[in-house]
Write a new protein. Structure first.
Length: 142
Protein backbone atom coordinates (compact mmCIF):
# COMPACT_ATOMS: atom_id res chain seq x y z
CA UNK A 1 0.00 0.00 0.00
CA UNK A 2 2.76 2.43 0.97
CA UNK A 3 4.79 1.50 -2.09
CA UNK A 4 1.81 2.16 -4.36
CA UNK A 5 1.25 5.60 -2.83
CA UNK A 6 4.94 6.50 -3.06
CA UNK A 7 5.06 5.30 -6.66
CA UNK A 8 2.05 7.43 -7.59
CA UNK A 9 3.61 10.49 -5.92
CA UNK A 10 6.90 9.76 -7.68
CA UNK A 11 5.17 9.68 -11.08
CA UNK A 12 3.41 13.01 -10.39
CA UNK A 13 6.71 14.59 -9.26
CA UNK A 14 8.42 13.22 -12.36
CA UNK A 15 5.78 14.72 -14.66
CA UNK A 16 6.07 18.04 -12.82
CA UNK A 17 9.84 17.94 -13.19
CA UNK A 18 9.53 17.32 -16.92
CA UNK A 19 7.12 20.23 -17.26
CA UNK A 20 9.33 22.65 -15.32
CA UNK A 21 12.41 21.68 -17.33
CA UNK A 22 10.54 22.22 -20.58
CA UNK A 23 9.40 25.68 -19.43
CA UNK A 24 12.96 26.86 -18.92
CA UNK A 25 14.68 28.95 -21.51
CA UNK A 26 17.52 27.43 -23.50
CA UNK A 27 20.91 28.71 -22.35
CA UNK A 28 23.09 26.90 -24.86
CA UNK A 29 23.34 27.03 -28.59
CA UNK A 30 22.04 23.55 -29.29
CA UNK A 31 21.62 23.14 -33.05
CA UNK A 32 22.22 26.85 -33.50
CA UNK A 33 19.08 27.85 -31.61
CA UNK A 34 20.30 29.91 -28.71
CA UNK A 35 18.05 31.54 -26.20
CA UNK A 36 17.40 35.09 -27.32
CA UNK A 37 15.54 37.89 -25.53
CA UNK A 38 12.29 36.96 -27.26
CA UNK A 39 11.52 34.03 -24.98
CA UNK A 40 8.31 33.49 -23.04
CA UNK A 41 9.84 34.14 -19.61
CA UNK A 42 12.95 36.20 -19.99
CA UNK A 43 13.03 37.94 -16.63
CA UNK A 44 15.85 36.86 -14.39
CA UNK A 45 13.45 36.28 -11.49
CA UNK A 46 11.43 33.78 -13.50
CA UNK A 47 14.63 31.88 -14.35
CA UNK A 48 15.63 31.76 -10.68
CA UNK A 49 12.17 30.51 -9.68
CA UNK A 50 12.14 27.78 -12.32
CA UNK A 51 15.67 26.73 -11.35
CA UNK A 52 14.72 26.47 -7.68
CA UNK A 53 11.55 24.53 -8.49
CA UNK A 54 13.63 22.18 -10.66
CA UNK A 55 16.07 21.51 -7.82
CA UNK A 56 13.28 20.99 -5.31
CA UNK A 57 11.39 18.57 -7.58
CA UNK A 58 14.63 16.75 -8.38
CA UNK A 59 15.42 16.36 -4.67
CA UNK A 60 11.91 15.05 -3.92
CA UNK A 61 12.13 12.66 -6.90
CA UNK A 62 15.52 11.36 -5.77
CA UNK A 63 14.37 10.92 -2.15
CA UNK A 64 11.21 9.02 -3.13
CA UNK A 65 13.16 6.86 -5.61
CA UNK A 66 15.71 5.90 -2.96
CA UNK A 67 12.94 5.18 -0.45
CA UNK A 68 11.14 2.97 -2.97
CA UNK A 69 14.38 1.12 -3.70
CA UNK A 70 15.05 0.46 -0.02
CA UNK A 71 11.46 -0.61 0.72
CA UNK A 72 11.20 -3.01 -2.20
CA UNK A 73 14.62 -4.43 -1.39
CA UNK A 74 13.50 -5.27 2.14
CA UNK A 75 10.23 -6.79 0.93
CA UNK A 76 11.99 -9.20 -1.43
CA UNK A 77 13.70 -10.99 1.44
CA UNK A 78 17.27 -11.06 2.59
CA UNK A 79 20.17 -12.57 0.77
CA UNK A 80 21.46 -12.27 -2.72
CA UNK A 81 20.35 -13.99 -5.88
CA UNK A 82 23.31 -16.39 -5.78
CA UNK A 83 22.34 -17.53 -2.28
CA UNK A 84 18.86 -18.43 -3.55
CA UNK A 85 20.24 -20.52 -6.45
CA UNK A 86 21.50 -23.37 -4.21
CA UNK A 87 24.80 -23.71 -6.06
CA UNK A 88 26.29 -26.18 -3.57
CA UNK A 89 24.22 -29.09 -4.93
CA UNK A 90 25.27 -28.63 -8.58
CA UNK A 91 27.54 -31.19 -10.24
CA UNK A 92 30.18 -29.33 -12.25
CA UNK A 93 30.98 -32.38 -14.41
CA UNK A 94 27.47 -32.48 -15.87
CA UNK A 95 27.47 -28.73 -16.49
CA UNK A 96 30.52 -28.88 -18.76
CA UNK A 97 29.60 -32.13 -20.57
CA UNK A 98 28.99 -31.79 -24.32
CA UNK A 99 25.43 -32.17 -25.47
CA UNK A 100 24.78 -35.22 -27.67
CA UNK A 101 22.75 -34.53 -30.81
CA UNK A 102 19.30 -36.05 -30.99
CA UNK A 103 19.11 -38.76 -33.67
CA UNK A 104 15.99 -40.18 -35.29
CA UNK A 105 14.76 -43.55 -34.04
CA UNK A 106 16.93 -46.45 -35.17
CA UNK A 107 20.06 -44.39 -35.79
CA UNK A 108 23.01 -43.72 -33.57
CA UNK A 109 24.30 -40.17 -33.30
CA UNK A 110 27.43 -41.07 -35.29
CA UNK A 111 25.44 -42.31 -38.33
CA UNK A 112 22.73 -39.67 -38.29
CA UNK A 113 22.81 -37.37 -41.30
CA UNK A 114 21.17 -33.99 -41.35
CA UNK A 115 18.02 -33.95 -43.42
CA UNK A 116 17.63 -31.95 -46.58
CA UNK A 117 16.07 -28.57 -46.18
CA UNK A 118 13.06 -28.18 -48.39
CA UNK A 119 11.00 -25.11 -48.96
CA UNK A 120 7.43 -25.05 -50.22
CA UNK A 121 7.03 -24.25 -53.91
CA UNK A 122 5.70 -20.79 -54.63
CA UNK A 123 2.10 -20.65 -55.70
CA UNK A 124 0.33 -18.02 -57.73
CA UNK A 125 -2.83 -16.58 -56.33
CA UNK A 126 -4.80 -16.00 -59.50
CA UNK A 127 -8.37 -14.81 -59.36
CA UNK A 128 -10.75 -17.62 -60.06
CA UNK A 129 -13.04 -17.21 -63.03
CA UNK A 130 -16.41 -18.84 -62.96
CA UNK A 131 -16.90 -21.76 -65.34
CA UNK A 132 -19.09 -21.01 -68.34
CA UNK A 133 -22.68 -21.79 -67.70
CA UNK A 134 -23.86 -25.08 -69.24
CA UNK A 135 -27.30 -25.02 -70.79
CA UNK A 136 -29.52 -27.18 -68.76
CA UNK A 137 -31.84 -29.63 -70.44
CA UNK A 138 -35.50 -29.30 -69.59
CA UNK A 139 -36.76 -31.81 -67.11
CA UNK A 140 -38.53 -34.77 -68.76
CA UNK A 141 -42.27 -34.62 -68.59
CA UNK A 142 -43.96 -37.33 -66.63
Amino acid sequence: MLIGILLAINIVVCLGLIGVVLLQRSEGGALGMGGGNTGFMTARGADDLLTRITWILFSVFLLISLTLTILTGRMGGGGSVTERLNIQNLDTKTLNAPVAPIAPAGQTPSTAQPGAITAPAPQLNLPTTPAPAQPTAPAPAQ
